[in-house]
Design a protein around this ligand. Sequence first.
Ligand code: NAD
Ligand code: MG
Ligand code: MG
Ligand code: MG
Ligand code: MG
Length: 344
Amino acid sequence: MTDDFTTTVYYDDDADRSQIDDETVAVLGYGSQGHAHAQNLADSGVDVVVGLREGSSSRAAAEADGLAVATPAEAAEAADVVSMLVPDTVQPAVFEQIRDGLDAGDTLQFAHGFNIHYNQIQPPADVNVTMVAPKSPGHLVRRNYESGEGTPGLIAVYQDETGTAKEQALAYAHAIGCTRAGVIQTSFREETETDLFGEQAVLCGGVTALIKQGYETLVDAGYSPEMAYFECLNEMKLIVDLMYEGGLGEMWDSVSDTAEYGGLTQGSVVVDEHARENMEQVLEEVQDGTFARNWITENQAGRPSYTQLRHAEKNHEIEEVGARLRDLFAWAEDEDATEDDKQR
Ligand code: NAD
Ligand code: MG
Ligand code: MG
Ligand code: MG
Ligand code: MG
């Protein structure tokens, strides 16, 4: 533990591995998070069984990786800790299949709080309900574990039946390599709401909207699409890498004084008070459940508007220009990602 943060951060020394080492963990799903948790746990000496549907294409992959595979119901029956790592939208249905395998004192664990926080899953009262959420896609959780590095993560406790739910979550976080880097304590509510807000307002939604508006502004004013692509999309990575390494300060230090003065004076002209009010609106709809309700209804209806929006995004001119430019230049080769990673 350290006092340097306003929140509590836990490291390897704070974890008591006896809380997980003698348990059997069912990892439901073998996608991005599932394959990483299952393999890291197994390499840490924890008894793991992967829960997958009969006929799931992931079965062969899990078996090839040397892991025991069963149906979700069988895996949960055998396990003391059930780690729910299927997509959030299918978790409620999978929960119905595994509910009977949850004995008193077992743990139902998540890597994201959506279904608990918005009551899409109502767990029995006599089990622990916890979260261990790596702050990284699964292929990095796996790669960092293998290289001896760690992946930062979050833990949270929603229900503590045994009195040791938090200790067990910390031990699990240790076994998948997260306490090497540091694990922050949060709540299901905070994780869910900040995650949804972040991806909507800033990371996925905000950034793509900013890029497209910038691109369209230049192209509509007669500049070439290629120049607009480089200035508004491609260079984003260089800027974000600097911020990732050393915060806003490192970015401002690295760009020219002209860029710094222009950015400091014009940034808030573009993303102004209206944008702030719109962000507050987005946050409100996350907090009052409006977004969750819309997303659940959208899925029940077979995703009509989601499909349309995806289609429109794929067909935006910036995508076609970008594909052409990435073919022409070699800069876009990501030396970090293997083909295998990209498919995960
Ligand atoms: P994913 O889409 O990569 O993998 C899902 C896996 O679930 C599939 O590979 C398949 O094996 C299985 N599956 C799919 N449908 C199923 C069904 N009907 N029945 C049984 N199994 C089924 O999922 P993911 O991105 O690893 O997400 C898992 C959880 O982790 C989610 O709660 C997500 O929010 C959370 N999370 C993801 C990331 C990330 O970067 N991907 C990061 C942190 C937390
Ligand atoms: Mg059980
Ligand atoms: Mg997130
Ligand atoms: Mg998310
Ligand atoms: Mg420039």
